[in-house]
Structures are given as C-alpha cells and as structure tokens.
Write a protein that binds this ligand. Structure first.
Ligand SMILES: Nc1nc2c(ncn2[C@@H]2O[C@H](COP(=O)(O)OP(=O)(O)OP(=O)(O)O)[C@@H](O)[C@H]2O)c(=O)[nH]1
Ligand SMILES: [Mg+2]
Length: 233
C-alpha cells in the first residue's frame, strides 16, 4: 500500500527521535539502540495513511537524509533541550537535507528530553493549573538547567523560513511549530504528532490533485530548481 503523505524526523544522534516515535505509536518508552539507516511507521489519520520516517542521526548515515526527505509533507527537526550543539546541528547539517521535501513542506522544531530539566515541574504545573490539587514539585535539585530555550528554536524557525524564502505570513506561526517534549513521560508528544498530521492533510490533498512532484507557480523561486516529473513516484 502506498502511503498518502510522508513525515520525516531529522536530528542529531541521541536526541530521541526513535523514542518519540515509539512513545507516540507504541505508547511507551523503552531502551533504544542507535538507528541504522531509517525505518518507518504507518499511521492512519482519518482516511489517510501517513508514513512517519525515523532516520539515523549518526554522521555516517548522513547521505541518506535527503533521500528520506524526498517529497515529505512535514519535517520534524529534533534537538535535545540539554544539548545546544544538537540545535546548532539542525541548521548546519540537517536543514539542507530538506531541499528534496515538498515545496509546501511544514517544519516543526522539537526540543526533546524536557523531563530532565528543572523547568519541567513548572511546565507540568502550568498544564494542570485547573486541577484543584497541584502536583508535588519536589526533586527539582536533581534536574539540570535547560541549555536551549524555546526562543532559540523560534529563532531557528525564522532562519528556516529565510532559507526557504518563505514569508512568515504564509506559514504557521513559529510559536505554534516549536515544541518541547519528553518521549520518556509522553509530555506533548501526542500534541506534536497530531498537530502535524492535521497540517499535513491539505498537503496530501494538494499532492493527490497534482501528482507527487508538483510543478509550482513559475514565479516561485524553488520551481526554478526543476525536478523531472513522473520519474520517481
Ligand atoms: N530522559 C529522557 N531520555 C530520553 C528521552 N528521549 C530519549 N531518551 C534517551 O536518549 C537516548 C537516545 O534516544 P534515541 O531515541 O535512541 O535517539 P535517536 O535520536 O533516535 O538517536 P539515533 O538513532 O542515533 O539518531 C536513549 O538512551 C533514550 O532512552 C526523553 O524524553 N527523556
Ligand atoms: Mg534512532
């Protein structure tokens, strides 16, 4: 069966891509081994089948990345909130891989492992504000200071728009597309994937109407990087 749309997870090794996908699809957190090559899950979303690709962050598999991104309707750029370098790598090493994605590809930026930070208890508290009994927020001392802040992710999102020559008013707002998650506890994991699936549906419809390799408005810069049509369904 051919999937209707494709979502790809990219990011450095060890940031938690496999764990996020596991948490969402299998509803649990378990030990992972570093991914070799890539693997995908199929998710039924309404009448559509969406393939979600987990890629390897290891440098040695880097060459495969643009192949996995080909025609992608959404790319999830993942970093570890406790590792600034993993955010920098998204811009330096992974962004260029998305050149093969669909021209109207959606980008999400995801900071994972938020459970390890001292801000996590506050995040949970904010979530549960409406409950009469507030959760006990102990153990804060065992947590670490977050290295990457949401503002840094928002700044990266804006750089991506520049790179893609997109106007901020034509795409979802940065604040909506930058997430902080924990694959370990499940924090915001459903929200991340489901937000993206909803946004991917119109892209699927457009791809189905136009064929997988669309030619776009000729005034669009990216259409100048012509792709041969019809050769690579
Ligand atoms: N505390 C915590 N640990 C996590 C979380 N997500 C992943 N980990 C751990 O981080 C390590 C790497 O997770 P993976 O999911 O294998 O990372 P990956 O991005 O798939 O790595 P590659 O496949 O090498 O690219 C594992 O030991 C996970 O258990 C999280 O949300 N919180
Ligand atoms: Mg992995």
């Amino acid at each position: 069966m051919k999937p209707d749309g494709k979502v790809v997870l990219l990011g450095d090794m060890n940031v938690g891509k496999t764990s996020l996908l596991h948490r969402y699809m299998e509803r649990r957190f378990q030990d992972t081994i570093s991914t070799v090559g890539g693997a995908f899950y199929l998710k039924q979303w309404g009448p559509y089948n969406i393939s979600i690709w987990d890629t390897a962050g290891r440098e040695q598999f880097h060459g495969l990345g643009s192949m996995y991104c080909r025609g992608a309707a959404a790319v999830i750029l993942t970093y570890d909130v406790n590792n600034l370098q993993s955010l920098i790598e998204l811009e330096d090493r992974f962004l260029a891989l998305t050149d093969t994605a669909s021209t109207d590809c959606i980008f999400a930026i995801v900071g994972n492992k938020v459970d390890l930070t001292n801000e996590y208890a506050l995040l949970l508290e904010a979530e549960e504000e409406n409950r009469p009994e507030k959760p006990v927020t102990s153990c804060i001392s065992t947590k670490v200071q977050k290295q990457v802040h949401l503002d840094d992710a928002v700044a990266l999102y804006k750089k991506i728009l520049k790179y893609k020559m997109l106007d901020e008013k034509d795409v979802p707002a940065a604040e909506k597309m930058c997430f902080e998650t924990s694959a370990k506890t499940g924090y915001k994991v459903d929200c991340l994937f489901e937000t993206i699936f909803d946004m991917v549906v119109p892209i699927i419809l457009r791809q189905q109407a136009e064929g997988p390799l669309q030619t776009v408005d000729i005034t669009n810069y990216k259409s100048a990087k012509r792709t041969k049509s019809g050769c690579c369904a």
